[in-house]
Design a protein around this ligand. Structure first.
Ligand SMILES: Cc1cc2nc3c(=O)[nH]c(=O)nc-3n(C[C@H](O)[C@H](O)[C@H](O)COP(=O)(O)OP(=O)(O)OC[C@H]3O[C@@H](n4cnc5c(N)ncnc54)[C@H](O)[C@@H]3O)c2cc1C
Length: 296
């Protein structure tokens, strides 16, 4: 379903993010868990893409599997760094043929070495390319960074870049993960000051392990890990179950507060596991996902 229609249908949008597993075991595990995610009735699910095309086939295969075999509505991530315009067109054609309606358009992190095509420098150029695609009018989402993107320390300039990207024809923004809602609220306010009125989804990542938190800190450069959260986690660092429970509880508190503040949507970075997302839904009192999406 095109994001315009999802936005019209759901008062609050819920998205779940998956990554394409590298191994057959990982694939089987995720595929066997898809029905658990279906039961939570998200507005959509998204599938990440390895910058430079490293997961090109796997992302496409997982998106097509979800579309053909489940009630979930998959949105592929697509990064432009290292791709030629022709490659991007071919990928868009394949999603058009598979009946996919939306693309999350990203730049991806710059690749080390190698002679790769330089057709795209920024995600805004990918947005223009997807917008210009003759085959279909895809719904287009982009990334936003409440706590800043490391490459643009000047936050005013960063907002200029976000505004320019959005003006290329963007339907929704999905935020980078954050653990302090005030950072998100202030960023949404700053978007408002900059004249960006695009619907914005809050990125929420339940921490499931200390090692996972450290990996995340590496991937999501700029994200803050509040001292209070770290104290709670490190207090029980030798107890894996307790750490996972603390991570899910923190994320659930964030979600409850976001809903209280009328957030337009929440995007869960699930890491392909359903337990934390189920715990969060249950703590929100959600008997059904569709009720949660449409409650006031
Ligand atoms: C929700 C979400 C999903 C993601 N999914 C993936 C994924 O599937 N695969 C993956 O590899 N990565 C993914 N990422 C990570 C993302 O690709 C990286 O964070 C990347 O560094 C920035 O991508 P972007 O699309 O925001 O790029 P851009 O919008 O191009 O911004 C990148 C940097 O360039 C600056 N900039 C933008 N325009 C200009 C300009 N005209 N001149 C100078 N500077 C400019 C920006 O301020 C920013 O600092 C995701 C991130 C988020 C938040």
């Amino acid at each position: 379903m095109h994001m315009h229609d999802i936005l019209n249908r759901d008062k609050t949008i819920f998205g779940f993010e998956f990554f394409p597993p590298k191994t057959d075991d990982g694939w089987d595990g995720l595929v066997s868990r898809l029905h658990t995610f279906e039961a939570l009735e998200p507005s959509f699910v998204s599938v990440t893409y390895g910058a430079g095309g490293s997961t090109r086939t796997k992302t496409h295969d997982l998106v097509c599997h979800i579309a053909a075999n489940t009630s979930l509505d998959p949105i592929p991530h697509l990064t432009c760094v290292g791709h030629s315009k022709q490659e991007i067109t071919t990928i868009l054609q394949s999603y058009q043929e598979a009946g996919i309606d939306n693309i999350l358009a990203l730049r991806g992190d710059k690749q080390q070495g190698g002679a790769t095509p330089q057709d795209f420098a920024h995600a805004s150029e990918l947005v223009k390319e997807v917008r210009a695609f003759a085959g279909k009018s895809f719904g287009i989402g982009v990334a936003g960074f409440p706590e800043g993107h490391p490459e643009t320390p000047n936050r005013l300039v960063q907002m200029d870049h976000l505004k320019a990207k959005v003006e290329c024809g963007v339907d929704w923004i999905c935020s980078q993960l954050f653990f302090n809602n005030n950072a998100f609220y202030d960023w949404v306010d700053r978007c408002d000051v900059a004249g960006i009125a695009t619907p914005t989804l809050a990125g929420i990542m339940p921490i499931t392990s200390i090692a996972g938190m450290r990996r995340m800190a590496e991937l999501a450069g700029g994200a803050n890990f509040p001292a209070k959260l770290q104290r709670r986690l490190y207090r029980f660092q030798d107890d894996a179950d307790a750490v996972a429970k603390i991570g899910a509880t923190w994320a659930a508190e964030q979600c409850a507060d976001l809903l209280d503040n009328n957030v337009r949507g929440i995007h869960f970075f699930t890491m392909n596991k359903s337990t934390a997302t189920e715990q969060i839904y249950s703590s929100l009192g959600a008997l059904s996902g569709s009720k949660l999406r449409n409650s006031h």
